[in-house]
Each structure stands twice: as structure tokens, then as C-alpha cells.
Design a protein around this ligand. Structure first.
Ligand code: AMP
Ligand code: ZN
Length: 112
């Protein structure tokens, strides 16, 4: 399977890592849309949020349980935005589940 984020997860393609454990990886977005813009991915390939199931939801919970630690390490405890784009209509360009963790500027609402 040809998947950019699988290649990043297994080290075939370099990334600027900010957190890693056996289940997940967090790295800097190559085209940041905020002063801090991190992508958090499961190492296992899940195509998109529509494929989250009771069987694989544990890794998603683990991502969210790790976000406070990443936020503390980055010094963005004052607030941040977490974004998931699911499908082309939402702007998902990489078909491997990922959460954008963005901070360092005000964010408007509703988004986009
Ligand atoms: P999305 O558009 O929600 O699918 O998000 C994909 C994100 O991946 C975009 O913000 C891209 O800037 C980012 N991206 C693409 N290639 C790389 C890469 N090699 N390293 C880091 N981030 C990347
Ligand atoms: Zn993948």
C-alpha cells in the first residue's frame, strides 16, 4: 500500500517528531497553518475517521489522552484547536487518519 503517513510512521520518510510511542506518532506539519501545527497519527493504517470502530477506537483514545502531554511540551496550555478532515469534501488530502493540533494564533469559528 502506498501511504505517505505509513511511510512516515515506519521511518521511510523523515519527519520532525515531537512525540512517539509504540502506537502513535506526532510530527510537525510540513506546511504549517499556525505557529504550532502538529499532526498526530496512529501507526496502524486507518484510512479516515469513518473507519473508526469499537475494535480500533483504543488508539484514537490514546491519541486524545496524549494531547495534553504534547500541549504541555509545546507550551500551548493556554489553548489549541484539534481538527480532523474526513473525506475529500472536508479537505482530507492524506488518506491515513490524522488529527491536526494547532496553536499560537486565534482561530475563527465556524471554521472554513
Ligand atoms: P489533510 O489535508 O487534513 O489530509 O492534512 C494533511 C496534512 O499533511 C497537510 O496539512 C499537509 O501539509 C501535511 N503533510 C503532507 N505531507 C507531509 C509531510 N511529508 N510531512 C509533514 N506533513 C505533511
Ligand atoms: Zn497509512
Amino acid at each position: 500500500m502506498d501511504c505517505l503517513f505509513c511511510a512516515i510512521a515506519n521511518g521511510e520518510i523523515p519527519s520532525t517528531k515531537v512525540y512517539e510511542d509504540d502506537q502513535i506518532l506526532a510530527f510537525r506539519d510540513i506546511d504549517p497553518q499556525a505557529p504550532e501545527h502538529i499532526l498526530i497519527i496512529p501507526k496502524q493504517h486507518i484510512k479516515w475517521a469513518y473507519d473508526i470502530t469499537p475494535e480500533n477506537a483504543g488508539v484514537v483514545a490514546h491519541i486524545f489522552a496524549t494531547i495534553p502531554r504534547i500541549a504541555k511540551d509545546l507550551g500551548i496550555e493556554d489553548g489549541f484547536r484539534i481538527v480532523n478532515n474526513c473525506g475529500d469534501i472536508a479537505g482530507q488530502s492524506v488518506k491515513h487518519l490524522h488529527f491536526h493540533l494547532m496553536a499560537g494564533r486565534p482561530f475563527g469559528w465556524p471554521a472554513g
